[in-house]
Ligand binder design. Structure first.
Ligand code: AVI
Length: 337
């Protein structure tokens, strides 16, 4: 069995402190969404994925179930890099297709949780004989350069719609960075939630059971625990709305009353006015045109945009601009230039 795991998280403890200092001392307060995901946040997110209102997970899975063989044929990948690999449930669909096509040699999961990488890595080694698993414990926003030399052709997958949680500039920079790591024959597969009826999108981020509201407030619990702060999460109301101009969902936490919050480890006191809002997440929704513009800005060219039958979600396959053409038209939606 060839499972190796390297961790790059050692000196990164400062990231939350820096983000809190930066984000809570601005006139419009903001915290980056990556801090939702402690153990409780990850569990709440898993529950979100099963909610009737939250369509992205099911739609993306439907695409992977229907089209992984096509993705394997188009990419011919020997190496699958999964950014934010989690339990590898979706990666398995790609791994099986690549194994069936006879090209699969290496799987590189990148995730913040070492235990998850070790457990899933061991299971994958058992299920896919001969597979090398090289786990990277890290934050893919900061540790992308640790992927090492590609085993070509490399396929980098960023599933789940996580790319939508980046601000537009960061999103393009990130895609450009990924593009540089692909090698000449590499491809990137990005999960993108598509623009649709705003009511449907808003329901997905404000479910009837209140799980997303708990997930949203959890970020305050993370700050309380890690930085000895005294936020009262229940005193913040969950807000989720679709911003039609930017075509993104915004999640915010709205103070129910005037509050003074002490963050002991930072020696910081933060004032909230009654009804003041703290932005905790944007989740961009894509049109084919916007996607094409982002890919072009990242020096990537579209190969295909695969969608589910309802057209809710897309998987965009792209390659570096200079790479030779791969073609397929089956069930494809053209991405306008
Ligand atoms: C992880 N990410 C793609 C999710 C999303 O839909 O933007 C996070 C999420 N936030 C609320 N619900 C789910």
């Amino acid at each position: 069995m060839t499972l190796t795991v390297r961790s790059f998280l050692g000196g990164d403890e400062g990231s939350l402190a820096e983000d809190v200092l930066d984000g809570l001392t601005r006139p419009f307060k903001e915290l980056p969404p990556k801090h939702f995901y402690d153990a409780a946040g990850a569990e709440l997110f898993d529950r979100i994925c099963d909610l009737p209102e939250y369509y992205p997970t099911r739609a993306e899975r439907a695409i992977l179930e229907a089209r992984s063989d096509d993705i394997a044929a188009l990419t011919g990948a020997a190496e699958l890099v999964a950014l934010g690999s989690g339990t590898a449930a979706k990666s398995r669909l790609l791994l099986s297709a690549l194994a069936a096509a006879g090209t699969l040699r290496r799987y590189v999961p990148v995730d913040m949780t070492e235990e998850m990488i070790r457990t899933t890595g061991a299971a994958l080694c058992a299920d896919y004989p001969g597979l090398q698993v090289r786990g990277i414990v890290g934050d893919f926003e900061r540790h992308l350069d640790r992927l090492g030399v590609p085993l070509e052709p490399r396929l980098v997958a960023m599933l789940g719609g996580t790319i939508g949680n980046f601000t537009p500039g960061a999103r393009r920079r990130f895609l450009r960075h990924v593009g540089r790591l692909l090698g000449p024959r590499g491809t990137v597969l990005v999960g993108v939630d598509l623009v649709k009826d705003p009511a449907r999108i808003e329901a997905a981020y404000d479910d009837a059971a209140g799980i997303t509201a708990r997930f949203n407030r959890n970020i305050l619990r993370v700050v309380n625990r890690a930085l000895r702060a005294d936020f009262e999460p229940e005193q913040f109301e969950h807000v989720a709305f679709f911003d039609r101009e930017h075509e993104w969902i915004e999640m915010r936490l709205r103070a129910q009353r005037r509050m003074t919050v002490r963050i002991a480890d930072l020696g910081l006191t933060v004032e909230f006015a009654k009804r003041e809002e703290l932005r905790t997440e944007i989740s961009a929704k894509f049109t084919p045109r916007r996607l094409a513009a982002d890919l072009a800005a990242a020096r990537l060219e579209p190969v295909e945009l695969l969608t589910d039958p309802e057209g809710l979600f897309g998987l965009a396959l792209a390659r570096p601009v200079a790479a030779p053409q791969a073609t397929s038209t089956r069930h494809a939606v053209a991405i306008p230039a």
